[in-house]
Design a protein around this ligand. Structure first.
Ligand SMILES: *[C@@H]1O[C@H](CO)[C@@H](O)[C@H](O)[C@H]1NC(C)=O
Ligand SMILES: *[C@@H]1O[C@H](CO)[C@@H](O)[C@H](O)[C@H]1NC(C)=O
Ligand SMILES: *[C@@H]1O[C@H](CO)[C@@H](O)[C@H](O)[C@H]1NC(C)=O
Ligand SMILES: *[C@@H]1O[C@H](CO)[C@@H](O)[C@H](O)[C@H]1NC(C)=O
Ligand SMILES: *[C@@H]1O[C@H](CO)[C@@H](O)[C@H](O)[C@H]1NC(C)=O
Ligand SMILES: *[C@@H]1O[C@H](CO)[C@@H](O)[C@H](O)[C@H]1NC(C)=O
Ligand SMILES: *[C@@H]1O[C@H](CO)[C@@H](O)[C@H](O)[C@H]1NC(C)=O
Length: 458
């Protein structure tokens, strides 16, 4: 097992290496590969009007497709006047580019109003797949989020004709500030259920429609008799999702969280916050559509594990013109401006342990077998209910708010900034961490020891 001094050596090498990399000044003369701009504005969505944080004024934010194993620079402008922002690239390992993780007060200072930050991303070889990106300050992520696809130069290991995105979000009629205020209040004021789910940025709320023009269902267009890769992204904040298609019950999972899997067939999906799946969907043939007598099929999304169930829909729409005139008539479509009158499908109650231990990696991934484990770190995660609600890992609490009323648990500057400035007081103490279940109680960091790469912070 490496000694603490090896670990510190790795950190120094990392810091020196990063200093050399950053010799180039990122001013207005630097041309990033991609540019994003964060604003706050009133948006009308699912029939509701809400003051929301948006990336490039779009809900969801624009889809980014980045190449595997190549450096990509993304400049993020904070155009808000009264809010900080950072962007987190959900699911990407940032071992070589830790300053780009987008975690305020861990990897960086938040981007102040009217400033920008250049994120340097380089995905690892073999991690082509489905990700998303989102703002990481306050409750901004509920709307400031979009799909992120990592593409390999090699063809994917499964054949399909085309792909579609199913991007899931919640819509609350409360503002970010109201939700956040309630969640950090004493006693906690629960936000309540969302007023709607959004599928690809659209939906029809069951409550308080003030603008019927934005109350519309998403339509995902497909052609008959093709194979599609459906990329599901649960870019949700507080809700657990159950999802199914009407009359399409063979979903073949081929990817989970950015890694290809062996094929595993399911009839529906359950998705927790941050999860992604790709499934292959073989669309109906023209003959099948003819016997169904319809070209539209509902997609149904329901919340789980709460006292009330929020249900919303989207439409899988076939292009009937590919099937000769017999089936290409308009009355085979359902309206986009109304939810179905009766619930089309019966999604099962919560399946506990959904997909646990059943997905297998497509390629061997060197993951150690249980018999090869040499050290176990137990992380005891608790929501303390003692007048306050707060998440703790092994009794250590994290907050990115320096004005936290409980106690000052965060560093006064981001860890990586402090380490960059050679402040050794921020170095995780390996011995202390070992004797405290893996978490150093002084710096509030965990001491992961890597012999071949830089240590992870946070
Ligand atoms: C986001 O908007 C900016 C202009 O504000 C534009 O230059 C940029 O190309 C847009 N980014 C994407 C990914 O569409
Ligand atoms: C957003 O809408 C609210 C309520 O209608 C209004 O008070 C506020 O001025 C609007 N804000 C902006 C930036 O347009
Ligand atoms: C932005 O972040 C800085 C550093 O944490 C903090 O001092 C400041 O109050 C924040 N600004 C806003 C508007 O939240
Ligand atoms: C938000 O939605 C809830 C129903 O979920 C409703 O009771 C409440 O009045 C709504 N608030 C506003 C401001 O529309
Ligand atoms: C449409 O009709 C033409 C002529 O009968 C036939 O060749 C073709 O296969 C049909 N296409 C489909 C999708 O059924
Ligand atoms: C299609 O789905 C509907 C709604 O769940 C169901 O009533 C119907 O039996 C299904 N049709 C077939 C052929 O499976
Ligand atoms: C940190 O220490 C390294 C190695 O001694 C030195 O090269 C570097 O200039 C220092 N950085 C700062 C910000 O003081």
């Amino acid at each position: 097992m490496p000694s603490p001094s090896i670990m510190m050596g790795v950190i120094s090498a990392l810091v020196a290496g990063v200093a050399a990399l950053h010799a180039r000044v990122h001013d207005d003369t630097f041309t990033p590969d991609l540019v994003l701009s964060v604003t706050r504005q009133n948006v009308s969505v699912a029939g509701i009007e809400r003051y929301s944080t948006l990336i490039n004024s779009s809900l969801p934010a624009p889809m980014l497709r980045i190449p595997e194993n190549q450096v990509v620079w993304i400049r993020v402008h904070n155009e808000m006047v009264d809010e900080n922002v950072t962007i987190h690239w959900h699911g990407l390992a940032q071992a070589a580019y830790p300053f780009s993780d987008g975690t305020p007060l861990a990897s960086q200072w938040p981007i102040p109003p009217k400033h920008f930050f250049d994120y340097e991303l380089k995905t690892l070889d073999g991690t082509a797949g489905t990700y998303f990106y989102h703002a990481h300050v306050g409750f901004q992520a509920v709307t400031a989020t979009g799909p992120l696809i990592v593409e390999s130069a090699k063809p994917p290991p499964y054949a399909y004709d085309d792909e579609r995105i199913v991007f899931l979000q919640e819509l609350f009629n409360k503002t970010d500030a109201e939700v956040e205020e309630g969640l950090v209040a004493t006693p906690l004021r629960w936000t309540g259920e969302p007023q709607s789910w959004l599928i690809n940025g659209k939906g029809i709320s069951s409550y308080g429609i003030v603008d019927p023009s934005s109350a519309t269902l998403s339509v995902i267009d497909v052609e008959p008799h093709k194979a599609y890769r459906f990329r599901f992204i649960a870019a949700t904040s507080l809700s657990y999702a159950s999802f199914g298609f009407e009359n399409h019950t063979n979903l073949e999972i081929i990817e989970a969280d950015g890694h290809y899997t062996k094929v595993h067939s399911v009839e529906f999906l359950q998705m927790g916050t941050g999860q992604r799946f790709s499934t292959l969907l073989k669309t109906k043939t023209c003959d099948e559509l003819k016997s169904f007598g319809k070209l539209d099929f509902y997609m149904q999304l329901e919340s789980r594990d709460r006292t009330s169930v929020v249900t919303n829909y989207a439409i899988l729409r076939y292009d009937g013109s590919k099937c000769n005139s017999t089936i290409s008539t308009k009355d085979l479509h359902v309206p986009v401006n109304a939810n179905p009158l009766t619930t089309p499908i019966q999604l099962p109650p919560t399946v506990n342990g959904f997909l646990d231990y059943v997905l297998q990696p497509l390629e061997p991934n060197d993951f150690p077998a249980a018999t090869e484990v040499t050290r176990r770190i137990v992380i005891n995660v608790q929501q303390i209910v003692n007048q306050w609600y707060a998440w703790e890992n092994n009794g250590v609490r994290w907050t990115d708010d320096a004005s936290d009323p409980l106690e000052h648990t965060t560093p006064s500057k981001p860890y990586l900034v402090a380490l960059y400035q050679n402040e050794t007081g921020y170095l995780p103490n390996y011995e202390l961490a070992i004797t405290n279940g893996g978490l150093d109680p002084e710096t509030k960091t965990s001491a992961h020891v890597h012999t071949t790469g830089p240590p992870a912070a946070g």
